[in-house]
Design a protein around this ligand. Structure first.
Ligand SMILES: Cc1ncc(COP(=O)(O)O)c(C=O)c1O
Length: 386
């Protein structure tokens, strides 16, 4: 890429991250160790959940969460259409069926009315995705879950930190899963966290994230020595490392600063786009505090001579990296063919998908980069206006 290319995302790196990582490398604790424990503790006290368990990714977190709530072959789990494949693929790991439903036009979040329509005797859980860190309609979703006895596993890959009615995401559903993938609001390269207030779920996830080893056995049989462990289930190798935790600790210290930076960029973009009639903006709900993970715009394609794909190409020629969140799940060959899905059954997603573009929004963007992105979008909107 050319030197002044504005990437879609770039993690904020300061001396703090470098110092923590070097310190970890020198310590010799390269895998799960004291920094992982410290990161879990600090994360847990930030979120205010009873338990926080670090793992290798969001995907690992949600896989363990579904295992812990007892998902089985033949069960169904309701997921939104506008999300990444991970949200649905973890359901398939169990031979269960992800039931993909349409989203709300205003938020791109799962529509509670669509959830209710999709419930069958086989439904076991709902995975609401807080799109761009904009909290879903949790009150309505909890009411439905209570009525039909369903578990709520929140996909908070974008929602760190975000608040719903003054409650931090991570303290609401049965389980909440976060992602620390490099583009996320707190990045450790790869990584994830499971938050829950439920002891049984935490206990099961804790055992399954590392080969099904029951650590309590160490305490019970401590006379056997520190080499002793017991395997109580065929678990997974999903543990977090101290090198990741080093990055996590440094990033956690500036979590509020990074949120504020994204909010400022969001507001600047909104201001610069206020007169642009070729695009529609994404509105966050007033009763929620989002994480501002994404900055989506929606092209008024009827008024433009180019498509969304061409618009993204033109942005690239101007040195700007943009993305699309998301290609709706039912459009991917696997979900389409396996579950016989038809585009016409997802009218809101079909309306949104050809219009949406997500623009760079990351702490560390300079004012001139923010203006260059926004002014390029405005210039292209004028250039290709019908
Ligand atoms: C909504 C959503 N859910 C889940 C994931 C998966 O996260 P991870 O890469 O940590 O497994 C992503 C990652 O991009 C995502 O955007």
């Amino acid at each position: 890429m050319e030197k002044d290319f504005i990437n879609f995302h770039k993690p904020l790196v300061t001396d703090d991250e470098i110092k923590e990582v070097v310190d970890t490398i020198r310590s010799g604790w390269w895998t799960t160790g004291p920094k992982t424990i410290q990161f879990e503790k600090e994360f847990n006290s930030y979120i205010g959940s009873n338990y926080s368990l670090s793992v290798s990714s969001w995907t690992a977190a949600a896989h363990l969460a579904l295992e812990a709530v007892g998902l089985q072959d033949g069960d169904e789990v309701i997921v939104p259409s506008m999300t990444f494949t991970a949200t649905a693929e973890i359901v398939c790991y169990f031979g269960a069926k992800p039931v993909i439903v349409d989203v709300q036009k205003k938020s791109l979040n799962i529509d509670p009315q669509e959830i209710e329509k999709a419930i069958t005797k086989k439904t076991k859980a709902i995975i609401p995705v807080h799109f761009g860190g904009n909290p879903c309609d949790m009150k309505e979703i909890i009411e439905i879950a209570n009525q039909y006895n369903l578990k709520i596993i929140e996909d908070a890959a974008h929602a760190l930190p975000a608040w719903y009615n003054d409650k931090l995401i991570g303290t609401i559903g049965d389980v909440t899963c976060f992602s620390f993938y490099v583009t996320k609001t707190l990045a450790t390269g790869e990584g994830g966290m499971i938050c829950t207030n439920n002891y049984e779920i935490a206990e099961r996830c804790s055992i399954m994230r590392l080969h099904g080893i029951n650590k309590d056995a160490w305490k019970r049989y401590s006379t056997e020595g520190s080499w002793y462990y017991e395997v109580v289930a065929p678990g997974y190798k999903y543990n977090f490392t101290d090198v990741q935790a080093a990055l996590g600790l440094a990033q956690l210290r500036k979590i509020d600063f990074m949120l504020n930076e994204r909010k400022k960029i969001f507001e600047k973009y909104n201001e610069i786009f206020s007169q642009n009639e070729q695009i529609q903006l994404y509105n966050y709900e007033k009763d929620r505090k989002p994480s501002y993970h994404l900055y989506p715009i929606f092209l008024n394609i009827e008024q433009l001579k180019i498509t969304r794909a061409q618009f993204i190409d033109e942005l690239k020629k101007l040195g700007i990296g943009a993305s699309v969140h998301f290609i709706p799940l039912y459009r991917h060959p696997y979900y389409k063919n396996t579950f016989g899905l038809e585009e016409k059954n997802f009218p809101i997603s079909e309306y949104l998908y050809p219009r949406i573009i997500t623009l760079p929004i990351w702490p560390g963007m300079t004012d001139s980069q923010i203006y260059r992105v926004a002014e390029s979008v405005n210039a292209l909107s004028m250039k290709y206006k019908k």
